[in-house]
Write a protein that binds this ligand. Structure first.
Ligand SMILES: *Cc1c(COP(=O)(O)O)cnc(C)c1O
Length: 381
């Protein structure tokens, strides 16, 4: 990558852009890879529509930047979790695309949501009533998705609630039902009968409601096959390079690269205590490098992990600090790594899913924890 192919077009929401020189670590986000991942999912979906899920600032990668790439691919439906995220996204992308609020509208947020042209995902009879009232006050019908709980017990109308509103005269007056949707609890486990059970329950529940396009599949759900595709898929993680088929090779392109700068190097002798708590003591001479990235940047303190340099694994040694991590670089020739050099935390040698495995978590959490102190470099737009 040369500098002319790099375009800095933004930074994490709420934080100031940090220059490459001043930052302790560089996060490279490949918008071209996100575009290609969207195309791969679309190809799997045949003619079925494909939304983009942009909650938590586009899984930490920048909702506005991701939205603009997806919009150019013809994507005109975006999902976020909260109305605040929707209002910010609407400001960034302007009028046009639908923005759906997955968690529904907290009571009292209806006027703001209406002003920003958001479409709530209605998850309860109470929310349905509030949106119906908002439509009456506005003097026009308002769009909504209706979510039913087909077997996850998280968000959406429970079966009894679906039956109740289905039998209630005027329950959907003034509501333009764009989608009836539900969410899968175990989509990443293709052998699980829970998936089929949820699909059948989804079919049973949506048939009680006014006819509308249906949506069930998240990233992994797309890979469960056409029976799960309905009229609209809602991928998030797969767009960002997280493996939607954890039991198989990743069908998506990697999207991010995270590199930290060496702040300092040193040589130590046997018996030297390393880092907070002296949790590690050198049993012989060691060469160490301290990098400018720590748990304050979202790198889990308890993650047993390593950085990489030119394919050489450099294990963490001692505790992860807030702003730094000590690496054992004894595997490299003396003087090979110096101040300002970059080591890889996520990239060709260690994927997001690998890093998640070392931290005892999932790729989703690695992405959404990515810190605000990094220099963010967007490429491939
Ligand atoms: C987060 C979310 C998605 C996207 O899920 P991925 O696994 O990231 O593809 C889709 N639908 C709902 C309801 C969600 O909460």
């Amino acid at each position: 990558m040369d500098d002319t192919s790099r375009a800095l077009i933004g930074s994490a929401a709420g934080s100031q852009p940090v220059s490459e020189a001043a930052a302790g670590a560089i996060l490279t986000i490949d918008l071209g890879a996100i575009r290609e991942n969207y195309r791969r999912l679309k190809a799997r979906l045949g003619g079925v529509r494909c939304a983009g899920v942009l909650k938590a600032d586009g899984y930490g990668l920048g909702a506005a930047q991701v939205a603009s790439v997806l919009a150019k691919e013809g994507c005109d439906i975006f999902f976020i979790a909260l109305p605040g995220e929707g209002i910010a996204l609407r400001k960034a992308i302007g009028p046009g695309p639908d923005i759906l609020v997955l968690n529904g509208l907290p009571p009292g947020s209806e006027p703001e949501a209406l002003a920003a042209g958001l479409c709530p995902v209605v998850n309860s009879a109470t929310q349905l009533k509030a949106w119906r009232q908002a439509a009456r006050s506005a003097g026009r019908s308002l769009p909504a998705a209706i979510q039913v709980d087909s077997g996850m017990a998280r968000l959406g109308m429970a079966p009894a609630e679906v039956e109740a509103v289905a039998g209630e005269a005027g329950a959907f007056d003034g509501i333009d039902i764009r989608f009836v949707m539900s969410h899968l609890a175990r989509a990443d486990e293709p052998q699980q009968v829970a998936n089929e059970k949820q699909r059948h329950e989804f079919d049973r529940l949506r048939k009680m409601l006014p006819a509308a396009p249906a949506s069930l599949a998240n990233s992994s759900g797309i890979f469960l096959g056409p029976a799960y595709h309905y009229d609209l898929a809602r991928p998030g993680a797969a767009l960002y390079g997280v493996n939607p088929t954890p039991h198989e090779a990743n069908p998506m392109l990697p999207v991010i690269r995270l590199e930290a700068k060496v702040a300092q190097t040193r040589e130590i002798g046997a018996g030297t205590g390393i880092g907070y708590g002296h949790t590690h003591q050198a049993d012989g001479p060691l060469r160490l490098a301290t990098i400018s990235l720590g748990y304050g940047d979202g790198w889990h303190r308890r993650a047993a992990s390593a950085a990489w340099f030119e394919g050489v694994r450099l294990p963490f040694i001692g505790r992860v600090s807030m702003d730094s991590i000590i690496l054992d670089i004894s595997a490299l020739p003396a003087g090979r790594l110096g101040e300002g050099d970059l080591v890889e935390l996520i990239g060709p040698s260690q994927s997001v899913d690998d890093a998640a495995g070392h931290a005892g978590t999932i790729g989703y959490e690695i992405l959404t924890n990515l810190g605000t102190r990094f220099h963010r470099r967007y490429v491939g737009a």
